[in-house]
Write a protein that binds this ligand. Structure first.
Ligand code: SF4
Length: 267
């Protein structure tokens, strides 16, 4: 029996027109991001975010912004995940083609940055694409960057043109602190950015998404982006109660004396 195809070939895998990429343009970089449906949101139930926590799945970025507002955007991301799972060779060849094209069209105008895990957590370095090379080896002139919850990726040598930031969740804070002590950067989602967290300097990660420009050994503070999709209010509440979003507002709204004690305990 003939298998039903679960995807159609998208015109583009990489997206370049959103608020993140526009901020990068001011700094001379055209950023291309691959957004796929995260976690197990595909027909095969394959987990594209194997280290996701319950809190991050619940309040995943895929439900915020355009992904939450427009069903077509969510469907497009699911289609890309299906394509990745059903036809890896063709998928990687298309990525290869789109990166080469991005370099061509930006020549003499912008530098190119690529983020492959917009809403997934895949070890792209393990896929050979062409001539026995992965995408990082094929394009040494490109700045690649990503966020990951997979701490094991930091135990192996990463490609030199790949900046990887560990993402803290409610279940991996110990790992996050260990990686900070080893000089890596860690992204933490706050409802309000503090100046420091657990003794580490917090920089505003929303000014731009170009993570390869950050100093080392700092916390990349990201402000929680409200979920605008179905059951958004419920999900926003859960993001805080699960501990995925660090609540700095309620700590600082406590009376002064109690607040000092609470801050000490949190530090
Ligand atoms: S790991 Fe990232 S992309 Fe995956 S479910 Fe969690 S927040 Fe979403």
């Amino acid at each position: 029996m003939e298998k039903t195809q679960t995807y159609h070939k998208p015109v583009n895998l990489l997206t370049t027109e959103n608020h993140k990429t526009i901020k990068g343009e001011k700094l001379g970089f055209k950023t291309y991001i691959l957004y796929m449906a995260p976690f197990t949101a595909n027909s095969k139930g394959v987990n594209l975010c194997p280290h996701a926590s319950a809190g991050c799945v619940q309040s995943c970025l895929v439900g915020s912004g355009f992904g939450g507002m427009y069903p077509m955007v969510a469907e497009g991301r699911k289609n890309k995940a299906e394509y990745f799972l059903a036809n890896r060779t063709e998928f990687l060849a298309q990525l290869d083609f789109e990166i080469a094209r991005a370099i061509r069209v930006n020549k003499g105008k912008n530098k190119v940055a690529v983020r492959l895990n917009g809403t997934s957590d895949i070890r792209w370095e393990k896929f050979k694409v062409r001539d026995g090379k992965n995408l990082f080896e094929l394009y040494p002139q490109i700045k690649f960057y990503d966020y990951t919850k997979n701490h094991l990726r930091f135990d192996q040598e990463l490609p030199k043109n790949y900046s990887l930031v560990f993402s803290r969740s409610e279940t991996n804070e110990e790992k996050a602190l260990e990686l900070l002590s080893r000089g890596y950067n860690v992204a933490v989602v706050f409802n309000k950015l503090p100046k420091t967290y657990k003794g580490y300097k917090v920089v505003d990660g929303d000014i731009s998404d170009l993570r390869f420009k950050d100093k080392k050994g700092v916390i990349i503070g990201l402000k929680y982006k409200k979920n605008t999709g179905k059951n958004g209010a419920e999900k926003n509440k859960a993001a805080l109660t699960s501990g995925f979003v660090v609540d700095t507002i309620n700590v600082s709204s406590l009376p002064k004396q109690v607040n000092k004690v609470a801050m000490k305990m949190a530090a």
